[in-house]
Design a protein around this ligand. Structure first.
Ligand SMILES: *Cc1c(COP(=O)(O)O)cnc(C)c1O
Length: 356
């Protein structure tokens, strides 16, 4: 059942009292963020007149070590604008079979760009392998689309992929003349987990997209960074996709606030995710349950026969979760407290008849 349908049969007041583990996209702007949004200096960004947008774009480009950055309304649109900036009709992109760009973006690259998509196997470390890239690149022959772009992702379902691994794959793609796009919707989570600077992780790609609207807590906005040569094309593609906004400094102010206040604290989400996973640890010994944790996500795979009842039980106890099966995904974010985690773990354990 989709999250939207799930919400319809929970009344809004009850929803607001529930502790929400569905995603880090559910985070709401806190008071300080709302204040800077209300006070933001703005202008018409299509004319380049919005000082707050300009500041955010400059600041973000510096943060990820690229020459330019462009503010987009969403990550889906920024990924598509990046693809359109690297590929034309009849070109092909390669991406991990489970990656967001292939699975959750409504086939936009094909629908709007005439770009075909080649799915690569995703390895145990959530990356794609250099040899699979080589095997997928098509020879110059009229039978085939032109292989143009490799789309990588970090984190992948919460899993942070290390710099060396990404370099290896990206280098291989470049040897074949491909451009590299990194869907770094949660790139700051990856950097926090790996203890490396976000600019190092970004250095393996020509274009990098990072969401402000997930764990960083902004209500909207994704940054797409690139070099200055590509920037005009990225802006043109944003215009084509309808993503150029006017007084978007109100959104950019939230983005600046999130970079100032909500990056360093991501390790808190990871710590709470580890703590939740450890509280569920001995379910694995006693019950037919699997538990995994990566950065701010915890995955619990119950026996398929228990799945619906466990979801109902959590909902009845005031916790909002997606009903995705077989693995349930719990996402930690800035609204959660240590006590939420205690109570949530206790609710799961009580479902299995464990009191402590
Ligand atoms: C959320 C997400 C996106 C898309 O972001 P939206 O702002 O929801 O369109 C892209 N890639 C990954 C990996 C994501 O998690």
């Amino acid at each position: 059942m989709s999250a939207m349908i799930q919400q319809q049969h929970l009344d809004a007041a009850r929803l607001n009292r529930m502790v929400d583990f569905r995603s880090d996209t559910v985070t709401q702007p806190e008071q300080g963020m709302r204040l800077v949004m209300a006070q933001a200096e703005v202008g018409d960004d299509v004319y380049g007149d919005d000082p707050t947008v300009n500041l955010l774009e400059q600041r973000f480009a510096e943060t990820v070590g690229k020459q330019a950055a462009v503010l987009f309304p969403t990550g889906t649109q920024s990924n598509l604008a990046a693809i359109l900036s690297h590929c034309g009709r009849g070109d092909e992109l390669l991406a991990g079979a489970s990656y967001h760009t292939l699975v959750y973006e409504a086939g936009g690259a094909s629908v709007l760009g005439g770009v075909s998509c080649c799915a690569l196997p995703v390895q145990d470390d959530s990356c794609v392998s250099p040899d699979d890239v080589t095997a997928a690149v098509k020879p110059d022959d009229p039978h085939f689309p032109r292989s143009r772009l490799l789309c990588l992702e970090n984190t992948v379902s919460g899993t942070a992929i290390g710099l060396e691994r990404l370099k290896e794959v990206s280098d291989r793609a470049r040897q074949h003349g491909l451009a590299v796009h990194l869907d770094g919707a949660r790139l700051f989570n990856a950097a926090a987990e790996l203890g490396v600077d976000v600019s190092e992780l970004a250095s393996i790609a020509d274009t990098v997209s990072v969401c402000l609207s997930k764990g960083l807590g902004a209500p909207a906005g994704t940054m797409l960074a690139c070099n200055s040569e590509l920037e005009p094309l990225v802006r043109r593609n944003r215009k084509i996709l309808g993503g150029s906004m006017r007084q978007s400094g109100i959104i950019a102010a939230a983005g600046l606030y999130s970079l100032d206040n909500n990056v360093d604290r991501l390790v808190e989400d990871h710590r709470r995710a580890r703590s939740l996973a450890s509280k569920l640890d001995n379910l694995v010994e006693h019950k037919d349950v699997r538990v995994a944790q990566n950065t701010n996500m915890v995955f619990l795979t119950p026996d398929p026969g228990d799945h619906a009842a466990l979801c109902d039980h959590l909902e009845e106890n005031g916790f909002l979760v997606t009903r995705k099966a077989p693995a349930m995904r719990f996402v930690l974010h800035l609204h959660h407290t240590d006590s939420d985690i205690e109570r949530f773990a206790a609710a799961i354990r009580s479902f299995y008849g464990l009191l402590h």
